[in-house]
Design a protein around this ligand. Structure first.
Ligand code: SF4
Length: 355
Protein backbone atom coordinates (compact mmCIF):
# COMPACT_ATOMS: atom_id res chain seq x y z
CA UNK A 1 0.00 0.00 0.00
CA UNK A 2 1.29 3.44 -0.94
CA UNK A 3 -0.28 6.57 0.50
CA UNK A 4 0.06 9.94 -1.20
CA UNK A 5 -1.13 13.11 0.44
CA UNK A 6 -2.00 15.96 -1.90
CA UNK A 7 -1.39 19.27 -0.19
CA UNK A 8 -2.01 22.77 -1.42
CA UNK A 9 0.64 25.45 -1.28
CA UNK A 10 -0.51 29.07 -1.42
CA UNK A 11 1.06 31.68 -3.68
CA UNK A 12 3.02 33.02 -0.69
CA UNK A 13 4.71 29.63 -0.31
CA UNK A 14 2.82 28.56 2.83
CA UNK A 15 0.74 25.37 2.95
CA UNK A 16 -2.99 25.96 3.20
CA UNK A 17 -4.23 26.01 6.79
CA UNK A 18 -6.35 22.89 6.48
CA UNK A 19 -3.47 20.94 4.95
CA UNK A 20 -1.22 22.02 7.82
CA UNK A 21 -3.87 21.04 10.38
CA UNK A 22 -4.36 17.65 8.76
CA UNK A 23 -0.64 16.97 8.79
CA UNK A 24 -0.46 18.04 12.42
CA UNK A 25 -3.34 15.73 13.34
CA UNK A 26 -1.57 12.79 11.67
CA UNK A 27 1.64 13.66 13.48
CA UNK A 28 -0.10 13.80 16.86
CA UNK A 29 -1.50 10.36 16.24
CA UNK A 30 1.90 8.98 15.25
CA UNK A 31 0.63 8.31 11.73
CA UNK A 32 2.61 10.80 9.69
CA UNK A 33 5.21 8.13 8.96
CA UNK A 34 2.53 6.17 7.13
CA UNK A 35 2.26 8.83 4.43
CA UNK A 36 4.70 7.75 1.76
CA UNK A 37 4.65 10.82 -0.39
CA UNK A 38 3.45 14.41 -0.44
CA UNK A 39 2.46 15.95 -3.77
CA UNK A 40 1.90 19.68 -3.90
CA UNK A 41 -0.87 21.50 -5.69
CA UNK A 42 0.30 25.08 -6.13
CA UNK A 43 -2.35 27.76 -5.95
CA UNK A 44 -3.05 29.13 -9.42
CA UNK A 45 -0.82 26.55 -11.16
CA UNK A 46 -3.02 24.11 -13.04
CA UNK A 47 -0.02 22.06 -14.10
CA UNK A 48 1.45 21.61 -10.63
CA UNK A 49 1.76 17.90 -9.74
CA UNK A 50 -1.00 17.95 -7.10
CA UNK A 51 -3.43 19.77 -9.40
CA UNK A 52 -2.81 17.14 -12.07
CA UNK A 53 -3.52 14.34 -9.57
CA UNK A 54 -6.69 16.16 -8.46
CA UNK A 55 -7.96 16.41 -12.03
CA UNK A 56 -7.25 12.74 -12.61
CA UNK A 57 -9.43 11.82 -9.65
CA UNK A 58 -12.04 14.56 -10.01
CA UNK A 59 -11.05 16.21 -6.73
CA UNK A 60 -10.74 19.98 -6.52
CA UNK A 61 -10.07 20.54 -2.82
CA UNK A 62 -6.99 19.80 -0.78
CA UNK A 63 -5.92 18.06 1.25
CA UNK A 64 -6.86 14.63 0.02
CA UNK A 65 -5.20 11.24 -0.11
CA UNK A 66 -4.66 8.63 -2.80
CA UNK A 67 -4.06 5.08 -1.61
CA UNK A 68 -2.54 2.70 -4.16
CA UNK A 69 -2.90 -0.98 -3.36
CA UNK A 70 -0.55 -3.83 -4.31
CA UNK A 71 -2.43 -4.41 -7.56
CA UNK A 72 -2.06 -0.77 -8.60
CA UNK A 73 -5.69 0.17 -7.83
CA UNK A 74 -6.19 3.66 -6.42
CA UNK A 75 -8.71 4.89 -3.86
CA UNK A 76 -9.24 8.54 -3.02
CA UNK A 77 -9.92 9.74 0.54
CA UNK A 78 -11.09 13.29 1.01
CA UNK A 79 -11.19 12.76 4.78
CA UNK A 80 -8.08 11.98 6.83
CA UNK A 81 -10.22 10.35 9.51
CA UNK A 82 -11.79 8.07 6.92
CA UNK A 83 -8.32 7.14 5.73
CA UNK A 84 -7.32 6.37 9.31
CA UNK A 85 -10.38 4.22 9.94
CA UNK A 86 -9.92 2.32 6.69
CA UNK A 87 -6.17 1.78 6.58
CA UNK A 88 -4.30 3.10 9.57
CA UNK A 89 -6.29 2.15 12.61
CA UNK A 90 -3.80 -0.52 13.69
CA UNK A 91 -0.86 1.83 13.54
CA UNK A 92 1.05 2.51 16.72
CA UNK A 93 0.76 5.82 18.49
CA UNK A 94 4.36 6.98 18.37
CA UNK A 95 4.12 10.34 20.05
CA UNK A 96 1.40 10.94 22.58
CA UNK A 97 -1.80 9.20 23.50
CA UNK A 98 -3.08 12.21 25.37
CA UNK A 99 -2.90 14.36 22.27
CA UNK A 100 -5.37 12.30 20.21
CA UNK A 101 -8.42 13.98 18.74
CA UNK A 102 -11.95 12.95 19.69
CA UNK A 103 -13.80 10.62 17.33
CA UNK A 104 -10.56 8.87 16.45
CA UNK A 105 -9.93 5.21 15.78
CA UNK A 106 -8.98 2.59 18.33
CA UNK A 107 -5.27 3.26 18.67
CA UNK A 108 -4.25 0.03 20.33
CA UNK A 109 -2.28 -2.39 18.14
CA UNK A 110 -4.57 -5.08 16.86
CA UNK A 111 -4.08 -8.53 15.40
CA UNK A 112 -0.63 -8.94 13.91
CA UNK A 113 0.87 -6.37 16.24
CA UNK A 114 4.54 -6.49 17.18
CA UNK A 115 5.54 -9.87 18.58
CA UNK A 116 8.00 -8.11 20.86
CA UNK A 117 5.26 -6.32 22.77
CA UNK A 118 5.92 -6.86 26.45
CA UNK A 119 9.57 -7.73 25.86
CA UNK A 120 11.97 -6.35 28.45
CA UNK A 121 14.31 -4.66 26.00
CA UNK A 122 16.70 -3.38 28.65
CA UNK A 123 17.21 -6.86 30.09
CA UNK A 124 17.51 -8.35 26.61
CA UNK A 125 20.10 -5.74 25.61
CA UNK A 126 22.07 -6.51 28.76
CA UNK A 127 21.98 -10.21 27.95
CA UNK A 128 22.87 -9.81 24.27
CA UNK A 129 25.68 -7.37 24.97
CA UNK A 130 27.57 -10.35 26.46
CA UNK A 131 27.76 -11.80 22.96
CA UNK A 132 30.08 -10.80 20.14
CA UNK A 133 28.60 -8.90 17.16
CA UNK A 134 28.05 -12.08 15.15
CA UNK A 135 26.19 -13.59 18.12
CA UNK A 136 23.96 -10.53 18.40
CA UNK A 137 23.31 -10.64 14.67
CA UNK A 138 22.51 -14.35 14.88
CA UNK A 139 19.91 -13.66 17.54
CA UNK A 140 18.23 -11.10 15.29
CA UNK A 141 18.32 -13.17 12.12
CA UNK A 142 17.12 -16.33 13.84
CA UNK A 143 14.22 -14.46 15.39
CA UNK A 144 13.20 -12.33 12.40
CA UNK A 145 14.75 -13.91 9.27
CA UNK A 146 13.81 -11.93 6.16
CA UNK A 147 11.61 -9.72 8.30
CA UNK A 148 14.94 -8.23 9.34
CA UNK A 149 16.95 -5.96 7.07
CA UNK A 150 20.49 -4.64 7.19
CA UNK A 151 21.08 -1.08 6.13
CA UNK A 152 24.03 -0.71 3.81
CA UNK A 153 26.08 2.44 3.71
CA UNK A 154 29.58 2.32 5.07
CA UNK A 155 32.40 0.16 6.34
CA UNK A 156 30.55 -1.05 9.43
CA UNK A 157 27.61 -2.20 7.33
CA UNK A 158 29.80 -4.36 5.12
CA UNK A 159 31.28 -5.96 8.21
CA UNK A 160 27.74 -6.88 9.24
CA UNK A 161 26.89 -8.19 5.78
CA UNK A 162 30.05 -10.29 5.94
CA UNK A 163 29.03 -11.67 9.33
CA UNK A 164 25.51 -12.41 8.11
CA UNK A 165 26.92 -14.31 5.13
CA UNK A 166 29.09 -16.37 7.47
CA UNK A 167 26.06 -17.19 9.60
CA UNK A 168 24.25 -18.53 6.55
CA UNK A 169 20.90 -17.16 7.74
CA UNK A 170 18.35 -15.34 5.57
CA UNK A 171 18.49 -11.56 5.60
CA UNK A 172 17.66 -8.53 3.46
CA UNK A 173 19.73 -5.45 2.66
CA UNK A 174 18.64 -1.97 1.68
CA UNK A 175 20.47 1.25 0.89
CA UNK A 176 19.47 4.84 0.30
CA UNK A 177 20.46 6.73 -2.80
CA UNK A 178 20.11 10.34 -1.74
CA UNK A 179 20.87 11.51 -5.29
CA UNK A 180 23.95 13.36 -4.02
CA UNK A 181 26.38 10.47 -3.55
CA UNK A 182 29.87 10.36 -4.99
CA UNK A 183 30.62 7.99 -7.90
CA UNK A 184 32.90 5.99 -5.62
CA UNK A 185 29.91 5.08 -3.44
CA UNK A 186 28.02 3.61 -6.39
CA UNK A 187 31.09 1.56 -7.29
CA UNK A 188 31.29 0.43 -3.68
CA UNK A 189 27.66 -0.67 -3.74
CA UNK A 190 28.34 -2.67 -6.88
CA UNK A 191 31.46 -4.20 -5.36
CA UNK A 192 29.50 -5.38 -2.32
CA UNK A 193 26.70 -6.79 -4.48
CA UNK A 194 29.15 -8.71 -6.58
CA UNK A 195 31.41 -9.83 -3.74
CA UNK A 196 28.59 -11.36 -1.70
CA UNK A 197 26.02 -12.02 -4.42
CA UNK A 198 23.38 -10.19 -2.38
CA UNK A 199 20.57 -8.03 -3.70
CA UNK A 200 20.57 -4.51 -2.27
CA UNK A 201 17.20 -2.77 -2.47
CA UNK A 202 17.68 0.92 -3.21
CA UNK A 203 15.32 3.56 -1.89
CA UNK A 204 15.15 7.07 -3.29
CA UNK A 205 13.81 10.41 -2.05
CA UNK A 206 10.38 11.49 -3.16
CA UNK A 207 10.95 13.37 -6.42
CA UNK A 208 8.18 15.91 -5.93
CA UNK A 209 9.35 16.81 -2.42
CA UNK A 210 12.92 17.32 -3.64
CA UNK A 211 11.71 19.27 -6.63
CA UNK A 212 9.72 21.54 -4.33
CA UNK A 213 12.66 22.11 -1.98
CA UNK A 214 15.00 22.89 -4.86
CA UNK A 215 12.43 25.18 -6.46
CA UNK A 216 12.04 27.08 -3.19
CA UNK A 217 15.60 27.13 -1.91
CA UNK A 218 17.95 25.85 -4.59
CA UNK A 219 19.98 22.62 -4.61
CA UNK A 220 22.30 23.51 -1.72
CA UNK A 221 19.94 24.99 0.88
CA UNK A 222 21.80 23.10 3.62
CA UNK A 223 24.66 25.58 3.29
CA UNK A 224 22.32 28.40 4.33
CA UNK A 225 19.94 26.89 6.86
CA UNK A 226 21.48 23.61 7.95
CA UNK A 227 21.32 20.02 6.82
CA UNK A 228 18.21 18.93 8.72
CA UNK A 229 15.61 19.77 6.06
CA UNK A 230 17.53 18.25 3.16
CA UNK A 231 18.49 15.17 5.20
CA UNK A 232 14.87 14.71 6.24
CA UNK A 233 13.81 14.47 2.59
CA UNK A 234 16.79 12.73 1.03
CA UNK A 235 17.80 10.34 3.80
CA UNK A 236 15.24 9.95 6.51
CA UNK A 237 12.03 9.72 4.46
CA UNK A 238 13.34 6.91 2.21
CA UNK A 239 14.60 5.09 5.29
CA UNK A 240 11.18 5.34 6.88
CA UNK A 241 9.65 3.91 3.72
CA UNK A 242 12.14 1.05 3.66
CA UNK A 243 11.77 0.11 7.30
CA UNK A 244 8.01 0.05 7.17
CA UNK A 245 8.31 -3.31 5.40
CA UNK A 246 10.25 -4.96 8.21
CA UNK A 247 10.00 -5.87 11.88
CA UNK A 248 13.67 -5.44 12.72
CA UNK A 249 16.68 -3.72 11.25
CA UNK A 250 20.41 -3.84 11.76
CA UNK A 251 22.48 -0.71 12.03
CA UNK A 252 26.26 -0.39 11.96
CA UNK A 253 26.29 2.34 14.57
CA UNK A 254 28.98 2.30 17.23
CA UNK A 255 28.92 3.98 20.62
CA UNK A 256 31.97 6.06 19.79
CA UNK A 257 30.83 7.13 16.33
CA UNK A 258 30.82 10.87 15.75
CA UNK A 259 28.68 12.88 15.30
CA UNK A 260 26.24 10.39 16.82
CA UNK A 261 28.37 9.25 19.76
CA UNK A 262 26.12 7.62 22.32
CA UNK A 263 27.80 6.01 25.33
CA UNK A 264 24.55 4.25 26.22
CA UNK A 265 23.78 2.81 22.80
CA UNK A 266 22.15 -0.58 23.50
CA UNK A 267 22.78 -3.55 21.23
CA UNK A 268 19.03 -4.01 20.84
CA UNK A 269 16.08 -1.70 21.43
CA UNK A 270 12.72 -0.69 20.09
CA UNK A 271 13.66 2.08 17.69
CA UNK A 272 12.22 5.40 18.85
CA UNK A 273 12.59 6.94 15.39
CA UNK A 274 11.17 4.44 12.95
CA UNK A 275 8.05 2.33 12.57
CA UNK A 276 8.00 -1.16 11.12
CA UNK A 277 5.46 -3.42 9.47
CA UNK A 278 3.72 -4.33 12.72
CA UNK A 279 4.34 -1.29 14.85
CA UNK A 280 7.51 -0.38 16.73
CA UNK A 281 10.50 -1.72 14.86
CA UNK A 282 13.35 -3.50 16.62
CA UNK A 283 16.80 -2.13 16.02
CA UNK A 284 20.00 -4.10 16.46
CA UNK A 285 23.34 -2.39 16.95
CA UNK A 286 25.69 -5.39 16.94
CA UNK A 287 28.78 -3.18 16.64
CA UNK A 288 27.78 -0.84 19.44
CA UNK A 289 30.72 -1.94 21.57
CA UNK A 290 33.31 -2.07 18.82
CA UNK A 291 35.73 0.75 18.11
CA UNK A 292 36.64 2.06 14.69
CA UNK A 293 40.01 0.29 14.97
CA UNK A 294 38.26 -3.01 15.71
CA UNK A 295 36.05 -2.59 12.65
CA UNK A 296 39.06 -1.93 10.45
CA UNK A 297 40.96 -4.86 11.91
CA UNK A 298 38.03 -7.07 10.85
CA UNK A 299 38.00 -5.51 7.38
CA UNK A 300 41.68 -6.19 6.91
CA UNK A 301 41.54 -9.69 8.32
CA UNK A 302 38.54 -10.73 6.20
CA UNK A 303 39.43 -8.68 3.11
CA UNK A 304 36.00 -7.08 3.13
CA UNK A 305 35.27 -4.64 0.25
CA UNK A 306 35.74 -0.99 1.18
CA UNK A 307 34.77 2.34 -0.33
CA UNK A 308 37.68 3.87 -2.27
CA UNK A 309 36.96 7.16 -0.53
CA UNK A 310 38.55 5.90 2.70
CA UNK A 311 41.93 5.76 0.94
CA UNK A 312 41.43 9.42 0.01
CA UNK A 313 41.01 10.45 3.65
CA UNK A 314 37.24 10.26 4.02
CA UNK A 315 36.00 8.95 7.33
CA UNK A 316 32.38 9.99 6.95
CA UNK A 317 30.98 8.52 3.75
CA UNK A 318 27.86 10.08 2.36
CA UNK A 319 26.63 12.88 0.15
CA UNK A 320 29.19 14.65 -2.00
CA UNK A 321 28.51 18.23 -0.82
CA UNK A 322 28.48 17.34 2.87
CA UNK A 323 31.56 15.18 3.30
CA UNK A 324 35.25 15.87 2.84
CA UNK A 325 38.54 14.18 3.70
CA UNK A 326 40.03 14.76 7.13
CA UNK A 327 43.55 14.49 8.40
CA UNK A 328 44.38 11.30 10.32
CA UNK A 329 43.36 11.44 13.98
CA UNK A 330 41.10 14.45 13.49
CA UNK A 331 37.49 14.18 14.74
CA UNK A 332 35.14 12.55 12.25
CA UNK A 333 32.93 15.60 12.65
CA UNK A 334 35.43 17.68 10.68
CA UNK A 335 34.56 15.73 7.59
CA UNK A 336 30.83 16.23 7.90
CA UNK A 337 28.64 19.38 7.79
CA UNK A 338 31.75 21.32 8.86
CA UNK A 339 30.24 24.67 7.94
CA UNK A 340 27.74 24.28 10.77
CA UNK A 341 30.50 24.38 13.37
CA UNK A 342 32.06 21.54 15.32
CA UNK A 343 29.89 20.12 18.04
CA UNK A 344 26.98 22.53 17.87
CA UNK A 345 24.13 20.97 15.93
CA UNK A 346 26.18 17.92 15.16
CA UNK A 347 23.49 15.62 16.44
CA UNK A 348 20.66 17.55 14.83
CA UNK A 349 20.32 15.11 11.97
CA UNK A 350 16.77 13.81 12.32
CA UNK A 351 17.49 10.11 12.21
CA UNK A 352 19.65 7.35 10.87
CA UNK A 353 23.34 6.71 11.14
CA UNK A 354 26.20 8.36 9.40
CA UNK A 355 24.93 10.17 6.40
FE1 SF4 B 1 21.30 16.77 1.86
FE2 SF4 B 1 23.81 16.89 2.73
FE3 SF4 B 1 21.95 15.59 4.16
FE4 SF4 B 1 22.88 14.63 1.82
S1 SF4 B 1 24.03 14.90 3.76
S2 SF4 B 1 20.79 14.65 2.47
S3 SF4 B 1 23.11 16.52 0.61
S4 SF4 B 1 22.08 17.80 3.74
Amino acid sequence: MHITMIKKRLRNGEPCAKCAQTEEMLRRRGLWDRVDEVVWAIEGEADSPGAVVGRRHGVDVAPFFVVRDEGGGETVFRSALQLIRTHLSQAPVAVSRTAGLPDGPDESPGEGADEGAGEDWVALAAELSQRDPAGILRWGLERYGERCTLRFEGAEDVVLIDMAMQLGLAFKVFAIDTGRLRPESYRFLDAVRNHYGVAIDLYFPDASAISELVRQKGPNSFLQDGHAECCALRRVAPQKRALRKFEAWVSGRRKDQRPHASPDLPVVLQDPEFVGAKGPIVRLNPLANWTRDRVWAYIEEKQVPVNELHALGFVAIGCEPCTRPTAPDRPEREGLWWWEGAGEGADAVPAGDGI
